[in-house]
Design a protein around this ligand. Structure first.
Ligand code: ATP
Length: 348
């Protein structure tokens, strides 16, 4: 299979500069879409450029489908790596038709083969009949689909997508994202999607690798990442997090919100920081719950509302995500109940 292995990659921009990639390890399984998610400046684009061959790593190796593309004494140029790239804004050649853009990477093939491949690619991305158009005659979403067709046409081992939806407006972004995902699934392409948008990563990818300061903090399936983040930093980067002190007691943890079943905790850890998600907390009548507090703020978001509640006995207010009508107003005394399980982490 066309899996990508990045092992111990170090990259600094210039001698004496701090490394941007700092011993990064990442395995991307063949046929899967893996999102690389991280805050601005954490090294996502640098990683992509090292994998694509535009940058040479200082240390470590990059292997695709068992072939070493970069490593000690090896640096294949980008055009020999069999990697397709979908950049941020289509970046189609403006003076070439859609068909010629798609055919661009099909070097060596004869005309009939090229024509049939371009036609297959146009069908694949839902743009049959658009081959003679020029890029400026397409919408932003159509341009991104042509860009994907161009990347896939030479049957690459790996496709790299660099924030490919960021220039599209919100409604279109969702639709193009779904189209791109469907095309990647249909071709069983191995793909890496770089994004700083956690919703995009969670909703689109099979696996999400969270980058922090030039290393992978955690790589897991979206639900696993959300439910069992490796540490509090990952927890608050991927979604909203509620932290409170707790003491583990067998398979539960005692907190100011009552005793909560534990999903996971490091062996031997008793006192630590408990992680919950805001949708695990519910506001109830003040006498109906053991934990009580005062609502300090309400933010209405349409599909739900976020309430800040200052719980008796806790220093920091907690965030409650409440679907439906807003259940309480600032200043109201409320009860708080918890559903589901918690994870326990070393105290922060
Ligand atoms: P963003 O989400 O903002 O695009 P990123 O995670 O893709 O960020 P990179 O573009 O890889 O991050 O940059 C990582 C760090 O390397 C940043 O501190 C950036 O300033 C630095 N950097 C990137 N390119 C260069 C360069 N050509 N020369 C020097 N430093 C650079």
């Amino acid at each position: 299979m066309n899996d990508l292995q990045v092992a111990g990659v170090v990259k600094a921009y210039g001698p004496g500069a701090a490394p941007v990639l700092d011993g990064l390890d990442l395995t991307v399984p063949g046929g899967a879409l893996t999102a690389v998610l991280g805050p601005s400046g954490c090294g996502k684009t640098t990683l992509l450029r090292v994998v694509a061959g535009f940058l040479r790593a200082d240390e470590g190796t990059v292997t695709v489908a068992g072939r070493t593309l970069g490593g000690p004494g090896v640096h294949l140029p980008p055009e020999r790596r069999r990697i397709g790239i979908v950049p941020q804004e289509g970046a189609l050649f403006p003076h070439l038709s859609v068909a010629r853009n798609i055919a661009f990477g099909l070097t060596g093939a004869d005309r009939a083969v090229k024509r049939s491949r371009v036609s297959d690619m146009l069908d694949l991305v839902g743009l049959a009949g658009y081959g003679d158009r020029m890029p400026h005659e397409l919408s932003g979403g159509q341009q991104q689909r042509v860009s994907l067709a161009r990347a896939l046409a030479p049957e690459p081992h790996l496709v790299l997508l660099d924030e490919p939806f960021s220039a599209l407006d919100t409604g279109l972004r969702e639709a193009v994202r779904a189209d791109v995902r469907a095309v990647l699934r249909a071709t069983e392409a191995t793909a890496v999607l770089v994004t700083h948008d956690q919703q995009e990563a969670l909703s689109t990818a099979d696996l999400v690798a969270v980058l922090r300061e030039g290393r992978v903090a955690q790589c897991a399936a979206p639900e696993e990442l959300y439910r069992r983040p490796a540490d509090p930093w990952v927890a608050s980067f991927v979604g909203d997090a509620v932290f409170l002190p707790g003491e583990a007691e067998r398979d539960a943890v005692r907190t100011a919100l009552g005793t909560i079943p534990l999903d996971s905790a490091p062996a031997g850890l008793t006192l630590g920081t408990v992680l919950l998600r805001p949708e695990q907390l519910q506001v109830t009548a003040v006498d109906a719950a053991p934990a009580k507090g005062t609502v300090t703020d309400v933010r209405f978001l349409g599909h739900d509302a976020l309430l800040a509640v200052s719980v008796d006995g806790l220093a920091e207010p907690l965030t409650v995500r409440s679907p439906g009508p807003i259940p309480a107003r600032p200043g109201d005394r409320v009860g708080i109940t918890v559903t589901g399980e918690a994870t326990l982490h070393p105290a922060i």
